[in-house]
Ligand binder design. Structure first.
Ligand code: UD1
Ligand code: UDP
Length: 354
């Protein structure tokens, strides 16, 4: 069996690694395609180095653009590659534009090539999120729906997906987190950033709904500046957010470049609280037992609230200040969603090869 495995952007690399390993351990052939949606060394290369992912077999180098440009460029570049590869299946992860683009190409190949979607079934029910469109269309077209949590199974069944396409396999992000946690904790990351374990907050923001409109971002930053008066805040800044933060240095928040996986995990593990709009960070904080305040009105990962440490706070500055005060006074208990156990990659490979 030959599986074409697609990775494209920062949150894809830690998801594809356990799937590649598990497929290869079972004797399947894998071809790793990097679309190049993320391309800065700190958004791409560093994850290959730190996680021990081999160099991509094929790099499409498509780069940034509008949604149509980016999706179209991936499709145009992926189509001839896939035609030549004689693939038995295409494996896509997550919900980025490249996930959707490669799914469309595989589904419209002649004959169609079946798609396996890792992280299927997640729904925010917010159609203004580009990722929600990507998730729903990718799932509709995928032969294997590899779902991290029971809410995803319910979502897919409610949309009419056939039961035999749905496999509850657990969370591949957690496979990579557990495999690298000791290595991350052993690093001098906290010292390098001048913070002490349990005595700082960690911030990430990159959703268009949070960072693209200054009238939304400015009040969030003012709430963060108030928090930073009491608790040092470290904020690794996503490239999308960089321009919007020009002039924010005076707020007393420690702005740093995007971090490699190990340093970022080390900072998550040691944080008193994490404030974020990231999807993956909601999941990792749940496993680490670190309180997570999600600065969004919805989440496609509700299990991190019902069975984790996450709380939806929204973007109102007063609500952010209040939530930080509450969570510092009374942190949530550590909990652990079922199947978030480090073996999701193995279950995925077993489902694909069955
Ligand atoms: C993308 C995904 C989002 C995911 C995020 C993870 C889509 C629609 N969005 O958002 O779901 O949560 O990645 O980080 O697929 N840029 C660089 N260097 C890079 C990559 C991007 O400077 O290596 C800058 C460019 O100015 C680019 C902007 O960031 O225009 C946005 O990049 P893009 O990949 O379009 O979307 P993200 O916001 O990164
Ligand atoms: N991450 C990282 N360095 C950073 C910020 C995040 O390594 O500076 C990791 C984080 O640990 C998680 C993933 O990137 O594994 C989440 O990616 P991101 O927030 O960009 O995307 P999302 O999950 O929101 O799609």
């Amino acid at each position: 069996m030959r599986f074409v495995c697609v990775a494209a952007a920062r949150p894809n690399f830690m998801k594809i690694k356990p799937v590649l390993d598990a497929l290869e351990a079972r004797g399947a052939e894998t071809v790793l395609v990097h679309t190049g949606q993320h391309y800065d060394p700190g958004m791409s290369d560093i994850f290959f180095e730190e996680l021990g992912i081999r160099r991509p077999d094929i790099s499409l180098g498509i780069g940034s653009g509008t949604h149509a440009e980016q999706t179209g460029r991936v499709m145009t570049a992926f189509e001839p590659v896939l035609r030549d590869l004689a693939a038995d299946a295409v494996v896509v992860v997550g919900d980025v534009n490249s996930t959707l683009a490669c799914t469309l190409v595989a589904a419209k190949s002649a004959p169609p090539i079946p798609v396996a979607h890792v992280e299927a079934g997640l729904r925010s029910r917010d159609w203004t999120m580009p990722e929600e469109v990507n998730r729903v269309v990718t799932d509709r077209l995928s032969r294997w729906l590899l779902v991290p949590s029971p809410d995803g199974v319910e979502n897919l069944l409610a949309e009419g997906a056939e039961r035999d396409r749905i496999h509850l396999v657990g969370n591949v992000m957690v496979d990579t987190l557990l495999a690298n946690l000791d290595r991350a904790r052993a690093r001098p990351t906290l010292e390098d950033h001048g913070v002490e374990s349990g005595a700082y907050g960690l911030v990430t923001l990159h959703r268009p709904a949070t960072v693209d409109d200054p009238s939304v971002l400015r009040p969030i930053l003012s709430a963060l500046a108030d928090v930073a008066d009491r608790l040092p805040l470290v904020f690794p800044v996503h490239p999308r957010t960089r321009a919007s933060l020009a002039g924010a240095a005076h707020l007393g928040i420690r702005l740093v470049d995007p971090l490699g996986y190990l340093d970022f995990v080390a900072l998550q593990a040691g944080a008193r609280v994490v404030l974020t709009d990231s999807g993956g960070v909601q999941e990792e904080t749940t496993i680490l037992g670190v309180p997570c305040l999600t600065l969004r009105d919805n989440t496609e990962r509700p299990i991190t609230i019902t069975e984790g440490t996450n709380q939806l706070v929204g973007r109102d500055p007063a609500a952010i200040r209040r939530a930080v005060a509450e969570v510092l006074a009374s942190p949530p208990a550590k909990r652990h969603p079922a199947l978030w156990d480090g073996h999701a990659g193995a279950r995925i490979a077993d489902a694909l090869l069955a």
